[in-house]
Ligand binder design. Structure first.
Ligand code: PHE
Ligand code: NA
Length: 467
């Protein structure tokens, strides 16, 4: 019997619970809401191709690094990196990487909660039958009316934040497992139902061609966007997976666990894309519609099929739950850290963090209405302007937070995590922790982690900067 270290925050019952929690974290608005509209904005196939490569060659190695580091350190990401760095004779400043990730996760949560609030609003609207027989223009107007109303957005945002804080306040290990075991499969079944509907639109192949027609010439355009989204969708680069890894039992095999999570996430995203785009084309909408895409296309589908009201309600409930299981994983790294650091109770720490995210989230709420003209990152002929009051160019508050987190913080965090696992952590510690079933694969995995993943991230960063 070794004197194994256990996290003070709890431990999963088995490897399966980790898979459920990590999949719960990974599968969320990123797959159903963000992936389709980003694919739409960046022209489809070329984006999807880069995205898939980034998942396989960069995202999965980062996920492996995070899980392994978390399980080895058994603390919040910040303290895990600090103690592992100390044991390896490296600078404790490595913990800053996790600090940055922790902040990025809170910033993501601030807008994620607002969008999840849209889904809550749609549950009600569906139930009322607002969408029966609606067309593209009507669905668009309905969405615009929602985002134009700051009070309604704030209400839903508040409710979602409370739901998230409630689970984290009680602790992640209890409560999560039972619900996810049932809900995740159900979400997938409903996506397949929607896929069935999209087959009847007569535009199914058009949708598939849009997603899978890989035009290599278009690849450079959205390359950073695709890499950023690969990080976002897998929940890596911020410490969410690392903190869940800290609650993982020692015996579990890491490789197959991570591949399972990555595959499930990818399958859900592609299914969502194939369910949505045929509806887009059938209704004569633009694939590049932006963040409203899912909230405009899905009502059309549900407004047409029989029992659409029932399916619609259930679907948006599931979307909200998928968002919820992701949201809790954004809060956990910061809460775990603050509990360790301050010794204060978990509920008190949770409340503090949730209030911070709620306040920042108001910026996103208002970026769709009152402050729609407040633009950051505005460029004009004189070069860079940080901030400008204009309706053209630049990025709204919501777009700025999304841009900063997905395109910069996540890839940077991921880069530092793989470098730490590959170069700072002792090779034999890594090998032992990984415990591959087929030890002959070790050099391949280690090479991916040490060279390919970091090089890939750097190359994409540099390509983007030199544009
Ligand atoms: N992976 C989640 C999604 O796709 C989002 C997320 C990002 C969750 C970062 C945790 C951390 O919706
Ligand atoms: Na995802």
């Amino acid at each position: 019997m070794t004197n194994e270290k256990v996290s003070i925050h709890g431990i999963w019952a088995s490897r399966w619970v980790f898979i459920l929690a990590a999949t719960g974290s990974a599968v969320g608005l990123g797959n159903i809401w963000k992936f389709p509209y980003m694919a739409g904005a960046y022209g489809g196939g070329a984006f999807v191709l880069v995205y898939l490569c980034c998942i396989a060659l960069i995202g999965l190695p980062v996920m492996l690094a995070e899980t392994l580091l978390g399980r080895r350190g058994r603390q919040s990401p910040v303290n895990t990196l600090r103690s592992l760095a100390r044991q390896s004779g490296a600078s404790e400043r490595w913990s800053w990487a996790a600090m940055m990730g922790m902040l990025a996760a809170l910033l993501i949560l601030s807008f994620y909660s607002v969008v999840a609030g849209w889904a809550l609003d749609y549950i009600l609207a569906m139930a009322r039958g607002d969408f029966n027989g609606i067309d593209g223009a009507g669905a668009g107007a309905r969405f615009d009316a929602l985002t134009a109303d700051p009070l309604r957005l704030t209400l839903w945002h508040t409710l979602f934040m409370l739901l998230t804080a409630f689970i984290i306040g009680r602790g992640v290990v209890a409560g999560l497992e039972r619900s996810l075991r049932i809900l995740m499969p159900l979400l997938f079944v409903l996506l397949v139902v929607l896929l069935g509907y999209s087959l009847t639109t007569g535009h199914f192949m058009e949708g598939v061609r849009f997603l899978f027609h890989f035009d290599l010439a278009k690849v450079p355009e959205g390359i950073l966007a695709a890499m950023g989204h690969a990080f976002f969708t897998l929940s890596v680069g911020v410490g969410s997976i690392m903190v869940f890894g800290a609650y993982m039992p020692r015996k579990a095999s890491l490789g197959s666990t991570i591949i399972t999570v990555g595959l499930l996430d990818t399958v859900v995203a592609l299914t969502a894309g194939m369910a949505l785009f045929p509806v887009v084309f059938a209704a004569g909408l633009e694939p590049s519609a932006g963040p409203g895409l899912m909230f405009v296309t899905l009502p059309i589908a549900f407004g047409t099929i029989s029992m659409g009201v029932l399916f619609g309600v259930v679907f948006f409930v599931l979307v909200a739950i998928a968002a919820w299981s992701s949201a809790i994983s954004m809060l956990e790294p910061a809460v775990a850290y603050w509990v360790e650091r301050s010794g204060k109770s978990r509920p008190a720490v949770t409340a503090l963090m949730a209030v911070f995210c709620w306040v920042v989230g108001l910026g996103t709420v208002f970026s769709f209405n009152l402050l729609a003209d407040a633009r950051f990152f505005v460029t004009n002929t004189d070069g860079w302007h940080f901030f400008l009051w204009t309706s053209e160019g630049g990025k709204t508050f919501f777009e700025s937070i999304d841009y900063l987190t997905s395109r910069i913080f996540l890839p940077l965090g991921g880069l530092l995590f793989v470098i730490f696992a590959g170069w700072v952590l002792d090779r034999e510690v890594f090998r032992g922790e990984l415990a591959l079933k087929h030890p002959r694969l070790f050099p391949v995995v280690y090479w991916l982690l040490r060279y390919l993943a970091p090089a890939g991230i750097l190359i994409i960063f540099i390509t983007e900067l030199s544009k």
